[in-house]
Design a protein around this ligand. Structure first.
Ligand code: HEC
Ligand code: HEC
Ligand code: HEC
Ligand code: HEC
Ligand code: HEC
Length: 436
């Protein structure tokens, strides 16, 4: 059976057959299995060299990227479900599998499926013909290919120069490995070349497009973070050897764990950082005896950070405006939802999420009120969920593709955790006498 398991084939078949009849014909599955997957995997790995093959010389990078070395507290230990996915390990995660699986039930076209994977498996931008095979592997839970491996990041040598739909990175699929050094030492495995992107914000936001307003900029806007880039906080800078070779040069190096909390130092130096990070809501209101009308102003600092992560394409926001009377009783309430449902995801250009670095959005509202129960205060509450709520029918259809009760249970847990609505920020405004 080689490296391919029966399960892969079963799922592959199920995909082809429109996700029906999981166990119908194991004999056919077995036959498909014999054709093996190694050929296409080997072809991709000529360019996207496996990260294990970089390990012999860059073992520290490898271990950090894999999450093997870390001693700092993991955001997950603080109960953050969003902090589940490292660059190095994401593709095998049940979270990615479940969300992708739900979305596949909405019958995306091959091009849409490629686009879905473009940030998660950058190799699909070079090998679009293997999108279905990669998707089947993810859905089987037995993944051979890598998501964001060493090579997919270090083949990036350009980004779009003008604002363009995400992702905006460009890979150069050759032998040259790009990095931050002007004069890298030679080695027998790869030629190297410097690209100034590796010390630029535009590198990271080519995928993390929600973090800043202008993804083409090399630096972060604003006074507070001036001179600091994503890498300074997320790839803790130090000096040492960039390889495990004895006698290697001492150089500036960066940590490769890519997790949230890294250097308190930078945070402490920036006392105003908090203000820059928390999205804020303000209320502008006009009143009449029968209507409260106005706008909620949602302002996001230049880094939308004090804020859980989560996919910028899938994330959902809810803004609830409530008017209350002098006893604190709700007089009227209205809710606005931002974010696409599963069947609308990646069906056109990827829209910006409500919370995007450096942007301000004004959301209008209108509440009917009566003179008998006059409102004295108005409240705006901003909440979010990490993924859209799947329609019950969509959810059932996905669960039916899973082979065992255990898998279904795991998927249900992911769906429940990730659709849960969580508080982001709120604001209460007393209505002045003239406004009542
Ligand atoms: C998400 C993209 C990303 C991934 C994945 C990634 N790197 Fe890097 N790498 C970078 C960036 C950005 C820098 C520049 C860091 C700096 O100078 O601040 C860098 C720097 C380096 C350097 C130069 C020395 C140093 O530490 O700065 C080496 C060597 C390197 N990476 C190897 C690897 C290897 C090996 C892997 C896989 C185990 C890997 N990288 C995975 C983005 C990535
Ligand atoms: C045979 C050992 C060896 C292997 C295997 C190897 N490298 Fe390197 N790599 C080196 C050496 C030596 C340097 C130069 C380091 C220096 O100048 O400090 C280097 C430099 C780099 C740099 C910095 C280039 C620059 O200009 O900034 C990156 C990034 C890098 N390697 C990534 C990788 C990746 C990704 C892989 C796996 C696909 C890999 N390396 C495999 C030995 C190796
Ligand atoms: C090729 C697209 C891409 C690039 C380039 C990229 N990232 Fe990511 N990043 C992702 C994706 C996708 C995830 C989610 C995990 C996954 O699928 O690998 C992620 C996860 C993360 C996480 C963990 C988030 C969490 O909730 O725990 C951090 C932190 C992060 N990236 C920071 C960076 C920084 C800093 C850079 C630039 C040095 C960078 N990324 C470059 C796509 C990218
Ligand atoms: C001043 C330091 C600092 C800078 C600069 C910075 N980050 Fe962060 N980042 C953090 C800290 C601390 C956290 C964890 C705290 C949290 O999530 O609330 C975090 C969390 C994250 C996460 C996971 C949670 C989330 O909010 O999505 C991602 C992804 C991320 N950063 C990407 C980036 C990117 C991309 C940039 C550059 C555009 C960047 N960061 C710049 C310190 C920084
Ligand atoms: C433009 C790039 C991009 C595209 C396209 C994209 N993602 Fe993501 N995705 C990200 C980034 C960046 C993160 C990590 C963000 C963070 O943790 O702050 C992420 C995280 C995730 C997560 C982890 C969610 C969480 O809340 O921790 C899932 C699941 C996911 N993506 C699924 C998908 C699916 C399914 C599609 C296609 C329908 C898709 N993504 C398309 C960039 C992208």
């Amino acid at each position: 059976m080689g490296r391919v398991t029966l399960l892969i084939s079963v799922v592959l078949l199920a995909l082809v057959a429109g996700f029906q009849a999981m166990d119908r014909d194991r004999a056919v599955a077995q036959k498909a299995d014999e054709q093996g997957s190694s050929d296409w995997v080997a072809e991709m790995e000529e360019i996207f060299i496996r990260s294990e093959d970089c390990k012999q010389c860059h073992d520290r990078h490898y271990e950090e990227w894999k999450g093997i070395r870390e001693q700092t507290p993991d955001l997950k230990t603080f109960g953050r479900v969003d902090a589940a996915l490292l660059h190095g390990t994401a593709l095998e995660s049940p979270v990615f599998r479940t969300v992708l699986g739900l979305w596949l039930q909405t019958s995306p076209t091959p091009e849409q499926r490629r686009k879905c994977l473009s940030c998660h498996v950058p190799a699909v931008t070079i090998y679009p013909q293997y999108v279905d095979k990669i998707t089947s592997q993810v859905m089987s839970g037995k993944v051979e290919i890598e998501g964001i491996g060493c090579a997919s990041c270090h083949l990036i040598n350009a980004v779009e120069e003008k604002p363009a739909p995400p992702p905006t990175f460009k890979l150069n699929p050759g032998k040259v490995i790009y990095g931050p050094y002007a004069e890298p030492e030679d080695n027998l495995v790869h030629p190297s070349s410097q690209s100034e992107l590796y010390r630029g914000v535009n590198y990271c936001v080519s995928c993390h497009f929600d973090k800043v307003k202008d993804v083409t900029r090399r630096d972060l806007p604003g006074e507070i973070l001036r001179g600091t880039i994503c890498q300074d906080c997320h790839m803790e800078p130090s000096t040492g050897s960039s390889t495990s070779r004895r006698g290697a040069l001492t150089r500036p190096i960066g940590r490769h764990w890519f997790r949230g909390i890294v250097i308190p130092g930078i945070m402490l130096r920036n006392r105003n950082l908090q203000a820059e990070w928390v999205p804020r809501v303000d209320i502008e209101v006009e009143t009449s005896p029968t209507v409260l009308r106005g706008k909620v102003v949602v302002r996001t600092g230049s880094l939308p950070h004090n804020f859980p992560g989560g996919d910028p394409v899938l994330k959902q926001f809810f803004l609830t405006v409530t008017a209350k009377d002098e006893h604190g009783l709700v007089v009227a309430s209205a809710r606005t939802h931002f974010g696409l449902p599963f069947d609308k995801l990646i069906r056109g250009p990827i829209p910006d999420p409500l919370i995007k670095g450096g942007t301000t959005t004004r959301v209008p509202f209108e509440l009917s009120v009566s003179k008998d129960q006059p409102p004295v205060a108005i409240e705006a509450l901003l909440t979010y969920a990490l993924i859209p709520e799947p329609e019950p029918e969509l959810r059932e259809r996905y669960l039916a593709t899973l082979a065992t009760e255990k898998e279904r249970q795991a998927a249900i847990e992911v769906i429940e955790e990730y659709t849960q609505e969580r508080m982001l920020t709120f604001r209460t405004k007393e209505l002045s006498l003239s406004e009542r």
